[in-house]
Design a protein around this ligand. Structure first.
Ligand code: 13P
Ligand code: SF4
Length: 354
């Protein structure tokens, strides 16, 4: 539906009044009505860097989800304030790894005698607490666009990796890009004593995958791929690495949101694509490239939007911006200093990856 013209005018006016004092970041999964007001759009890696590169902005309005806003707060100066227009914009995957569970897991690894040789690698999609745990234990953060380099780095530091919280990104990267076998990977289930693994299994493993997943990307299936290939002969299937292993194996290409956009920009006219990632982005790309005669469809029509990304809508954005105009900072995301200190170590390790 087209955006409410009254709200569009109000968002414009508020942004104009704030001028350089505000910088609006928009993740690729955001609604069109929100993306329209983003000063920069990107995947989670690009947005983390962009946030860090705006020391002049008093306010960073983050149109994305909670863990992204936390990372922006960690990477910006103390005087800069990060605003998340709706505090209910979380991420179900990030919620699958709680600090106490991860601490317990580390105890299990310690008892198995492998904590010293294990390096934690945490996906950006995790809370600041988990990032701090990662920094404290010599590990790094990664995103879907640098997971391979992060894992290569980690295997230079130690013998094993504890990968949090997305088992699929961890497995896809380890097996498909680093050449590990599927047997090298074990899944640690935080809801079972000892993670549901024996000390022997832990000692034999190279990759210890946390049992987390994305509830959106997890819904694409092998049938989605088969069905679209039948429906659209000659289609190229391109999926996000949060998809399950069998889906990624059956696809033609895999990559982060930024990768997906670049691949479509470079695609020849007349080409046909089925994209397995969040629907807001796929729809926007389908509209954008229709004029260039590139046919872009959603990999599985039964999968829907990321509901938490969608929490950020134009009314919330207008409210956040107008509050700033009135001198009131609403929905500020502020990570406590101790957590931020260690989380930043892990984030900086990622930013320094070759
Ligand atoms: P990107 O790192 O590709 O932006 O993905 C973030 C995300 O939340 C995917 O579900
Ligand atoms: Fe989290 Fe999945 Fe939504 Fe990304 S798409 S924010 S991983 S729930």
């Amino acid at each position: 539906a087209p955006s409410d013209p009254g709200l569009v005018a109000r968002a414009r006016a508020a942004k104009e009044k704030l001028g350089e004092r505000v910088f609006v970041l928009g993740h690729h999964y955001q609604r069109d009505e929100v993306i329209e007001f983003a000063d920069v759009t990107g995947d989670s890696f690009k947005l983390a860097r962009e946030a860090a590169a705006r020391p002049g902005a008093e306010y960073i309005v983050f149109c994305g989800v909670h863990f992204m806003a936390e990372s922006a707060d960690i990477l910006t100066a103390d005087s800069q304030q990060v605003v998340l227009p709706d505090l209910a914009a979380g991420c179900s995957m990030a919620d699958m790894a709680a600090a106490e569970q991860v601490a317990e897991c580390w105890d299990v690894l310690t008892e198995a005698g492998i904590a010293e040789t294990t390096v934690p690698v945490s996906y950006m999609n995790s809370s600041a607490d988990i990032k701090a745990f990662t920094g404290r234990h010599g590990g790094t953060i990664c995103t879907s666009s640098n997971a391979r380099r992060a894992l290569e780095w980690a295997f230079q530091q130690g013998e094993k990796v504890l990968f949090l919280p997305d088992q699929h990104l961890g497995r896809n990267t380890a097996v498909r890009e680093l050449g590990l076998s599927r047997e090298d990977c074990v899944v640690y289930n935080p809801h079972k004593p000892g993670g549901g693994l024996t000390a022997g299994q832990l000692r034999d493993a190279r990759m210890i995958l946390w049992r987390g997943h994305c509830s959106v990307h997890g819904r694409f299936s092998l049938d989605s791929v088969r069905e679209v290939r039948e429906r659209i002969p000659g289609v190229t299937v391109l999926v996000h690495p949060e998809c399950r292993y069998d889906v990624v194996a059956a696809a033609d290409q895999v990559g982060s949101t930024e990768y997906i956009i670049k691949a479509l920009e470079a695609a020849p006219a007349g080409s046909k694509w089925a994209i397995g990632t969040e629907l807001n982005l796929v729809r926007r790309l389908a509209d954008r490239f229709a004029a260039e005669d590139k046919e872009i469809v959603f990999l599985d029509r039964t999968v829907c939007f990321c509901s938490t990304m969608n929490r950020i809508d134009l009314p919330h954005l207008v409210w956040a911006l107008e509050s700033l105009v009135d001198g009131k900072v609403v929905n500020r995301i502020e990570v406590d200093a101790e957590t931020a200190r260690y989380a930043e170590i892990a984030l900086e390790r990622m930013l320094a990856l070759p």
